[in-house]
Design a protein around this ligand. Structure first.
Ligand code: C2E
Ligand code: MG
Ligand code: MG
Length: 489
């Protein structure tokens, strides 16, 4: 069937639609594969339906639907099988709605439905039920039975609702449904509304914080475990929120990531950390390095490397004094995309730290592939030391591999004296955590250059290992000389 023939439900629904289309870019009004409305057209139609509903006193609902694991499914289907599967999904969705409703394709596996002329949410839930029934039957692609699993988020327009608001509400409900269980359908409710309002507040506030200079960097000292000497600081972002006080990144980083604000925020962090490093280095050359956390979106941005080079050059910071921390998940999810950037960063002389190591799925091979200077063992492992036998062996293994690769091992969130002593015993180079110091404002960090006092904890220590020690030959790293399962330090 030609694409034009597939447009029936949409174009039929729109008297005078041709004029309406004039404002929309011709290439983006419909999805080429399925003929479903595009996201732009969907928003436009939703706005019109909301206008009408406001005049007639009826309601409009939006349903967001996501098919699970569509990417691998489409990739493994033969020849035009992927297109036929998408067309079948589109046909089944069209089948359950009225001609005046609109079905759109947002991304590869995400679809939206707009339902008009409803009295209450029940009408939308009836459609959601019909969709579920439609997809109980697998899709036949050349004899292969493709079973589809999906989630839905449903919302009904409130007074003064706008199209983009309704789309966000349906998306929020869909995200909840996805987190709950496959097949789950969630209705947008008051709790989700409060959550969205808070997010909007954070987004606007963060925008203002950038303009008004309310962002701060605090610095957490990192010590050399064997010498108890200050070797570096990790720069950690704080926000001086008017009326609230200083808040940590956990309260705003996800909003910054999703809204794209992480790009200007990240540029500010990079510049400010470089400026501080330059200032410290002028007074005491080589005194300490500064580590800066970099988010996925920043690292993937095509302008990232130039921004980094610009920050180093403009501030006069020594590139060798700067380290960038990137989490395991970011590197693994986008390895081929970011690898060239990582190599350029290293060529500049800037260090690379693999943060939160152990929380993702990276193999030890990954440590070898990446141009790293440090690997930072996640707090989850640190807190299990020294009592948890398996963790103890794992940290020892990471330290041995890092040594073989000539990269440093840093432990984060060290809180107890026994953790630090176990880390030293296991061959960990550097450590940071509340035991040594909490993150401090820049002036207190500066004072630490003149006066940094940290005494290594003393006393007996038992480091547990599993009864069966890991066979070092299997991981092909040099054997260490430490063989005693229990040591007195
Ligand atoms: P991270 O990079 O793993 O940073 C370590 C976190 O552990 C920091 O939390 C730090 O304050 C906290 N911490 C330090 N010592 C201890 C300890 O002894 N025990 C425990 N339980 N925690 C400790 P914070 O500052 O809230 O930062 C949280 C995360 O936010 C960071 O995790 C990092 O991923 C991210 N982040 C912080 N600053 C930035 C930034 O400038 N840009 C980006 N993209 N992310 C940042
Ligand atoms: Mg970090
Ligand atoms: Mg970390």
């Amino acid at each position: 069937m030609a694409v034009a023939d597939r447009l029936g439900p949409v174009t039929e629904a729109m008297p005078g639609a041709s004029e309406a289309y004039i404002d929309l870019d011709a290439g983006t009004t419909h999805d080429e594969v399925t003929g479903l409305a595009s996201s732009g057209l969907f928003l436009y139609e939703l706005e019109r339906a909301l206008d009408l509903a406001a005049r007639t006193g009826s309601h409009v609902a939006a349903i967001a639907l996501e098919v699970h694991r569509i990417e691998p499914m489409l990739d493994t289907l033969p020849d035009d099988g992927a297109a036929r599967l998408l067309i079948e999904i589109a046909d089944r969705l069209r089948r359950v709605v009225r001609p005046s409703d609109v079905v759109a394709r947002q991304t590869r596996g995400r679809f939206s439905l707009m339902l008009q002329d409803l009295d209450a949410i029940d009408g939308a839930m009836a459609v959601a039920d019909r969709i579920t029934q439609e997809f109980e039957r697998p899709v036949d692609i050349d004899g292969e039975q493709v079973h589809l699993e999906f989630n839905m988020g449903v919302t009904l327009c409130g007074p003064r609702a706008t199209a983009s608001q309704l789309v966000s509400e349906a998306d929020t409900a869909l995200d909840r449904a996805i987190r709950a269980a496959p097949g789950k359908v969630e209705i947008f409710d008051d709790e989700m509304r409060a959550w969205m309002r808070n997010r909007r507040g954070v987004e606007h506030g963060l925008h203002d914080a950038l303009d008004l200079g309310h962002l701060r960097l605090h610095y957490q000292p990192i010590i050399d475990v064997a010498q108890s000497e200050l070797v570096a600081f990790e720069a950690l972002l704080r926000w001086e929120r008017p009326g609230i006080g200083l808040v940590g990144p956990d309260t705003f980083l996800d909003v910054a990531e999703e809204s794209g604000l992480i790009l200007p925020v990240g540029r500010w962090v990079l510049y400010e950390a470089c400026r501080q490093l330059a200032e410290w280095s002028r007074a005491r050359p080589g005194a300490a390095k500064v580590a800066v956390n970099i988010s996925a979106r920043q690292l993937l941005h095509p302008g990232f490397f130039d921004a980094l080079k610009g920050a180093v050059r403009t501030t006069g910071a020594p590139a060798r004094g700067l380290m960038l921390e990137v989490t395991e998940a970011v590197l693994l999810d986008h390895l081929s995309l970011v690898l060239p950037t990582l190599h350029r960063i290293r060529e500049l002389g800037v260090g690379m730290v693999l943060d939160d190591f152990g929380t993702g799925y990276s193999s030890l091979t990954c440590l070898r592939q990446l141009p790293l200077t440090c690997v930072k063992v996640d707090e989850g492992f640190v807190h299990d030391l020294p009592e948890e036998a398996t963790t103890t062996s794992m940290v020892e293994l990471v330290a041995a591999v890092a040594k073989a690769l000539d990269i440093k091992v840093v432990a984060e969130a060290v809180e107890r004296p026994s953790e630090l002593r176990a880390l030293e015993y296991l061959g960990c180079d550097w450590a940071q955590g509340y035991l040594i110091s909490e993150p401090v404002p820049p002036e207190r960090a500066t004072a630490m250059f003149d006066h940094f006092e940290f005494s290594k904890p003393q006393g007996d220590l038992e480091v547990a290992f599993p009864t069966e020690r890991l066979d070092r030959a299997e991981v092909a790293v040099p054997a260490t000389t430490r063989d005693n399962p229990v040591v007195e330090v």
